[in-house]
Design a protein around this ligand. Structure first.
Ligand code: FAD
Length: 377
């Protein structure tokens, strides 16, 4: 069962064989597989999550968010995403709501009694000889293996556009966007041509004068095609690459799925006002590449995320690109460290609900093997 700590409680232990940093879907999938891999051992495991409740980053997304992956493509290992959603709302199984995922993840960690401790923030990890020392805001813990599963939501990315600091209007990253209410009647630019940009623009454009700033025209999946096609295509692509074949590019995970609100906005022509990236921001607006200035009251950055790995700085394993060099999911420089769920570089489709299971299982197996006593000759 998840363990809630009161504000000043220290952790009731100072060592664990395995520490998983994070409590979102990636950490839960790892926890599930660790429980299986270690079931006949006395190895101890703890998951540390800095959020007050279950759900990871899903708890911080905008109110109306709809998944691009249908329910049957949104399951973690061992427990299917509930099909009963279809009974609640005809559209929900095709494009589940953010709250459905929150309920699912809460049920998942309770079902498997995963040892998630929260809120516990990991502030650093350092080499302590035979073990790694995990520093938290509730005290330090020695660990034989550490699995980072902190996602990317804590590290929103905004491009370094000139004049950003001078802009007097509202700037918000998609990770902090909640609803269109603050933008009613305003001149708004939504930057970024992926699913976040499309969904946020769909609702902001209903109440504001909004344009879509994109590097290239967004690629929409056909309206009758849902997110499962993305996963099928991505899987085919993965196998093609594995087999040394030309993967082609039928669809990609960045293509825009026409969940119902996006489809409606598109049909109403509200996603048509495409603009190229602006050259700079000014105090009152933007300057477009052709030199024309335009007054703008708000910019919503739907420009993605970087791995939230600041707590690993002390190990010296995080590169200039914000990533850690890995073989599979294991750090090549620090063999007691694994990373799960950050995107393709830590496993195929590992930043999705259905995709993370594969890397989680492989990681748990490796970790279990690394803990096993070396056989005596
Ligand atoms: P998170 O959910 O971010 O969990 C990490 C947890 O670790 C968080 O609770 C965080 O607070 C905590 N943490 C971070 N740092 C520390 C620290 N130092 N100490 C302790 N705890 C820490 N995927 C799909 O499969 N289908 C979809 O339709 C879909 N739609 C998406 C729509 C949007 C807008 C976004 C942003 C993502 C979407 N995804 C979707 C992708 C993916 O499922 C999420 O990004 C997912 O939340 C990543 O899970 P995670 O466990 O890796 O990270």
């Amino acid at each position: 069962m998840a363990r809630r700590l009161d504000p000043h409680d220290p952790l009731p232990f100072d060592e664990r064989d395995v520490v998983v940093v994070g409590g979102g879907q990636a950490a839960l999938a790892v926890g599930y597989h660790l429980a299986r891999e270690l079931r006949n051992t006395e190895a101890t495991v703890a998951l540390f999550d800095d959020r007050p409740g279950p759900g990871g980053a899903w708890g911080g997304t905008w109110d109306s968010l709809r998944l691009f992956s249908p329910a049957e493509w949104s399951s973690l290992p061992g427990y299917l995403f509930p099909r009963h959603l279809a009974g609640r709302d005809a559209e929900a199984a095709e494009a589940p709501h953010r709250d459905d995922v929150l309920d699912y993840l809460a049920a998942y960690e309770a079902r498997y009694e995963l040892p998630v401790w929260r809120p516990v923030r990991v502030t650093g990890v350092r080499d302590d000889g035979e073990r790694l020392r995990v520093e938290t805001d509730r005290g330090g813990v020695l660990a034989r293996a550490v699995i980072a599963a902190t996602g990317t939501a804590a590290a929103p990315h905004v491009p370094d556009v000139p004049g950003r600091g001078a802009f007097g209007g509202v700037q918000v990253h998609s990770s902090a966007y909640r609803s269109p209410a603050p933008f009613v009647g305003k001149r708004v630019l939504v930057v970024g041509g992926g699913n976040s940009g499309a969904q946020i623009l769909a609702e902001v454009s209903a109440v504001a004068e909004a344009s879509w700033v994109v590097e290239r025209p967004p690629r929409f999946l056909p309206p009758d095609v849902d997110g499962r096609v993305l996963f099928d295509a991505a899987t085919a692509r993965y196998h093609a690459i594995q087999n040394g074949e030309d993967p082609g590019r039928p669809y990609g995970l960045g293509d825009v799925v026409q969940v119902p609100p996006v489809r409606e906005a598109r049909e109403a022509g509200r996603l048509d006002d495409l603009r190229p990236p602006f050259a700079r921001l000014t105090a009152s607006g933007v300057v477009w590449p052709d030199g024309t200035a335009e007054a703008v009251e708000a910019v919503i950055w739907c420009t993605g995320f970087r791995p939230a790995l600041g707590f690993l700085d002390g190990l010296g394993v995080v590169g200039a690109d914000g990533r850690v060099a890995v073989e599979g999911t294991r750090s090549t420089a620090e063999p007691r460290l694994w990373l799960v769920g950050y995107g393709q570089w830590t496993g195929f489709a590992s930043a999705t609900l259905v995709g993370v299971g594969r890397s989680a299982r492989a990681t748990a197996r490796e970790v279990a093997r690394s803990l096993a006593p070396v056989p005596t000759p």
